[in-house]
Design a protein around this ligand. Structure first.
Ligand code: AMP
Length: 281
């Protein structure tokens, strides 16, 4: 596996592959890779002749009080994992490569509507950073397909929206959420959890399952949301939201709506913010 830090060798390699009629899959990440990322790479490898993975902790998607500086970085371990899986090329750019005018002076891609709710409400500006960096990476890599995890459900919807609206010539694929045996969705941020917090963290997934069952039993989404919020609080978490939304556009469903829904939770457990979701029906 090659590791490149600059755009020119990345483009040269992708151009060579595509020139031979070979397809290229792409998996953007912020590194500190785990089995969730690995499953995305495997999906890309199953669908494309070559796979490029990027590792870039993107400053523009972190708020001023968020964990950009302490976000775990582990490039040598990431390289070992990726070459073991069969990734062809790792793109690990510096901030100056991604943001030649500086991260505070970049042209911004803004996706409307979808980005003002849920994560967008609690992390203002987050999705401008995500949409901008994804757009830049897709232009740099020029893949045939790109894989995103359903773990970040709203992010996946934002990326689908932007690819469609800006007519980017890439197919977006969604990968299922990879979980620990006790149900906790794998995340680079899980390593912030203390042992006690880690033992309590599966309550997020348990609550999502409970939301599904409450809806199936006939309770209205608003009732389910209140009950889920209470359940999380009783377990010692501080929820930002625990909601039922339309899976297609994250709109608020009618009281009687049961098809094509998704339950989403964001909650603080100590210093760590956990997000998870479950598509229903
Ligand atoms: P990140 O490194 O957190 O930016 O994640 C990079 C990609 O991996 C995103 O598309 C995430 O949705 C995806 N991802 C992260 N954790 C998981 C997981 N547990 N299961 C599936 N995909 C994941």
């Amino acid at each position: 596996m090659q590791t490149v830090h600059d755009v020119a060798p990345l483009r040269a390699q992708v151009r060579a592959w595509r020139g031979r009629g070979e397809t290229v899959g792409f998996v953007p990440t912020m590194g500190n890779l785990h089995q969730g990322h690995e499953s995305l790479v495997r999906l890309a490898l199953a669908r494309a002749d070559h796979v490029v993975v990027s590792v870039f902790v993107n400053p523009t998607q972190f708020g001023p009080s968020e964990d950009f500086s302490r976000y775990p970085r582990s490039l040598p371990a990431d390289q070992a994992l990726l070459s073991g899986v069969g990734c062809d090329l790792l793109f690990a750019p510096e901030v100056a490569t991604m943001y030649p005018h500086g991260a505070d002076h970049t042209a911004v891609v803004h996706v409307p509507d979808l980005t003002s709710v849920l994560e967008g409400e609690f992390r203002p500006g987050h999705f401008d950073g995500v949409a901008t960096v994804v757009c830049k990476l897709l232009h740099m890599v020029h893949p045939d397909l790109a894989v995103f995890g359903q773990k970040d459900y709203q992010q996946l919807k934002v990326v689908e929206y932007l690819v469609r609206d800006l007519c980017l010539p890439v197919q977006i694929m969604a990968a299922p959420i990879c979980r620990a045996d006790d149900g906790l969705a794998l995340s680079s941020r899980n390593q912030y959890l203390s042992a006690t917090e880690r033992a309590r963290a599966p309550v997020v997934h348990e609550t999502l399952l409970q939301m599904r069952d409450w809806l199936a039993a006939g309770h209205a989404p608003s009732v389910v949301e209140r009950a889920a919020t209470t359940r999380l609080r009783r377990a010692g978490l501080v929820p930002d939201y625990a909601v039922v939304r339309r899976a297609s556009d994250l709109g608020v469903p009618e009281a009687s709506e049961r098809d094509g829904l998704v339950a989403l939770i964001a909650a603080h457990l100590g210093q760590t913010r956990l997000i998870d979701n479950l598509t229903l029906g």
